[in-house]
Design a protein around this ligand. Sequence first.
Ligand code: GDP
Length: 293
Amino acid sequence: MEKLKETLSKTKKLFIPIEQLFSRGQSEEEILDELFELLILADVGVATSQKIINDLKEKARKSHQSDLKTLLKRELIEILSARPSTVQETFPAVWLLVGVNGGGKTTSAAKLAYKYQSQGRKVMLAAADTFRAAAQEQLALWGKKLNLPVIQGQPGADPASVVYDALQSFQAKNYDLLIIDTAGRLHTYANLMAELEKIKKVISREIPGAPQEILLVLDSTIGQNAIVQAKEFNRFSGLTGVFLTKLDGTARGGSVLAVVEELQLPIKFIGLGETEKDIMEFEPEAFVEALLS
Ligand code: GDP
């Protein structure tokens, strides 16, 4: 909890005026008007802020509850829990990471690998971004550091063939978890989505029921732009959740609410720094408590 509070300290600064709002003795209407503006400033987004205000009005009326702060906390938890954040921890499993370059895919793959390796799982990584040599090298470096195998292809090779090779090795060696890092950019989003579909098809053909998780890696520091980006990726079928990165040092943590509300996708993991240990499973209550405590 302390680590989460520290991580969210910049975002929390934007929530302080929200907390203070409830102790100023204004009328409910005045509070809700100001709350709307403060939510927008905290990067919650217009649509989601409007929903929060409408729901609060309704809840205050129905429950004759005047404690708006408690109602707000409950509302935020409700929004963040609308989709279950539970991670599919059945093994063996294949997880796919997608998202634009620079969002933190490779680092997040390493964090997940470290997390499950620390729990005694045999983890393998695959670098399916054959367009960027640097991406493959970076994953290979993580593999060395964490002492895990990394399957790579020749530069320019068909990413689906790299995934195929990885799946063969994964099954032959009885590993528990295969985490696949993918390309974040092609000439067009349509090409990228077609490539991701092809990768997914290869996985489910080789291992029925897989991939168990397809996580969209989103950079929280870009705030509302993350929603625009995510909508592009939402055209790719089967996303199971979001890995929201770089929550440390950003004041835009409020965008978490818009991600869940507007994309209807749960946040499953959050990234809190650049090392392999800086990962947490997302818990709506702990998150809201850290923001509004
Ligand atoms: P990719 O292009 O999507 O694979 O992104 P990378 O994994 O290469 O990450 C891009 C940059 O973001 C790197 O400098 C990472 O160290 C950094 N990064 C990734 N996740 C986090 C995070 O949770 N917090 C911080 N502060 N930096 C991160």
